[in-house]
Design a protein around this ligand. Structure first.
Ligand code: AMP
Ligand code: MG
Length: 491
């Protein structure tokens, strides 16, 4: 088998079932529900090609059966994965994939192992009261937002396809059902380690950690204490990831421990959103009543989750409890440091500051700008993109977004004196993000069978940094009557 050979005849032999084989205690072999009338809504052709899957084949009847879990190729063992989750701070010991299956792993064109995972494929033993299904809208939302994140260079799970199943799903109303095919470097979560630890089986915990090292952080294997090194690698990956979210104004919405990966990829796009008006307290999820996962709380919540990971890993750190705790604390202290460094470097890039501008000059500029943005509730994305124009001497776009132009001018004088690099700014400040009103428009249309708005939105957000003619409405803020945006999870 050649890794990237396109499968033109069958998907047989393309899938491995490594997770199922190595971590059987955390994998329940399971079958997807039959999709009565599968129809392809969207297929990610470049991603398919990268996996060595022929897009034409995927579009055909056999492909649609694969993408709904109704065709299980030789070599694949679909499983529901077991994991724990601290949900809004409360422990749910036995969460697991209630409506998802890991189909198996594929070696991609770059030689990397990639999980192929189906979401919305029917009830599993972890479904509890849920119906195991997903509606077209939320699966397309994950497709749009994850592909936009990828295009911005932010680590994320990817979306290969959304297939409408032909099975209606009951939510507030009857909605068309769908299955999303998600591709990820892995589906291990903080909650996976909580689950393994809670079994009391240290051997399982060690096998899980070894699996995570091999798949995600191979450098840790070389360290004196590979498990502490694994923990530190996850800390580093999450510090960098959350900094990148903050820099583009992304609010994940449900940073429960089951929704935080060991790989450092963003996962589980439920009630997520990009901020329009800059507001540190921004919350979009209808169920986040206390604002636990508000924009500004995301770094602290990541650190909270990493503390749960540390608790789960303690027995692997050291035989002595005290020494193990000391190692965990020492490592955890690195999170704030690394997050701050990543965020500051990212803000400097957003402002186009050259490397020789020292932090004593950069920090007050950044702080001053954030105060202006917050006081003026400026549109986050438009403002930063407008700053690129300001660096070229055209201040009006950025200036017009703030209610106090004089304050902006005073700030801009100090900033311009540092000769910001406008081209560099345009490479990190996106023009096109999945704006909430555009996402809603596309999802509503797609739910009604009209796919053009989805295609146009995807075209804009998957090439986010280059301004293109005819796409003005994709760069514009929400109309005033769009109102306070709310998203709903678990649908
Ligand atoms: P999420 O909020 O998507 O991270 O999901 C949290 C947990 O609820 C996971 O264990 C999911 O598998 C499960 N879940 C969410 N929606 C459903 C559903 N409709 N049916 C069964 N399980 C679900
Ligand atoms: Mg989840």
């Amino acid at each position: 088998m050649t890794a990237a050979a396109p499968s033109t005849v069958s998907f047989d032999g393309r899938f491995d079932s490594r997770f199922a084989r190595e971590l059987g205690e955390m994998a329940v072999p399971w079958q997807a529900e039959t999709a009565p009338d599968p129809r392809l809504l969207v297929l990610n052709e470049p991603l398919a090609a990268g996996l060595g899957l022929d897009p034409t084949h995927l579009r055909g009847p056999e492909g649609l059966r694969l993408l709904t879990g109704n065709l299980v190729p030789n070599g694949a063992t679909p499983v529901a994965q077991a994991y724990t989750g601290h949900q809004f701070g409360w422990l749910a010991p036995r969460l697991g994939d209630g409506r998802a299956l890991l189909l198996g792993e594929i070696t991609d064109a770059g030689g990397h192992l990639r999980d192929v995972h189906l979401k919305g494929s029917g009830r599993t033993p972890f479904a509890r009261g849920g119906d195991g299904l997903a509606a077209v809208g939320p699966m397309l939302r994950e497709y749009i937002v994850s592909e936009a994140m990828h295009a911005m260079g932010i680590p994320t799970t990817r979306s290969l396809a959304v297939v409408a199943t032909g099975r209606p799903v009951l939510r507030d109303t009857m909605l068309p059902g769908a299955v999303l095919t998600r591709v990820a470097s892995g589906h291990l979560r903080v909650g996976s380690f909580q689950y393994a630890r809670a079994t009391g089986d240290i051997n399982l915990l060690r096998r899980l950690a070894d699996h995570a090292i091999t798949r995600h952080h191979p450098g840790a294997a070389e360290a004196g204490n590979p498990y502490v090194a694994l923990f530190q690698a996850v800390i580093a990956a999450q510090a960098s990831l959350v900094a990148q979210w903050m820099l583009v104004g992304f609010v994940h919405g449900v940073m429960n421990t089951d929704n935080m990966t060991i790989s450092g990829e963003t996962i589980d796009y439920g009630p997520c959103a990009f901020m329009d008006a800059f507001d540190p307290a921004a919350v979009y999820s209808s169920i986040d009543e206390t604002g636990r996962y508000a924009y500004r709380n995301q770094p602290a919540m990541a650190e909270w989750n990493l503390t749960r990971l540390a608790e789960s890993l303690l027995p692997l750190f050291h035989d002595g409890q005290e020494q193990a705790v000391a190692l965990a604390q020492e490592s955890l202290a690195g999170f704030r440091r690394q997050y701050s460094a990543a965020w500051s470097a990212g803000m400097r890039a957003k402002l186009g500051l050259h490397h020789d501008v020292d932090d004593d000059a950069a920090s007050p500029l950044v702080d001053g700008l954030l105060s202006l943005l917050q006081a003026g509730r400026a549109d986050h994305t438009s403002f930063f993109r407008g700053l690129g124009a300001a660096a070229r001497g055209h201040r009006e776009a950025a200036r017009s977004l703030l209610p106090d132009p004089a304050a902006f001018d005073a700030w801009a004088e100090r900033w311009s004196a540092l000769s910001p690099d406008a081209d560099a700014m345009d490479r990190v400040n996106p023009v096109y993000i999945p704006r909430n009103h555009l996402v809603e428009e596309a999802l509503t249309a797609a739910t009604g069978g009209e796919l053009d708005p989805l295609k146009r939105l995807l075209d804009a957000v998957t090439n986010p940094y280059v301004e293109r003619p005819g796409l003005d409405r994709y760069a514009a803020a929400a109309p005033a009557d769009f109102g306070a945006y709310r998203t709903y999870c678990g649908t």
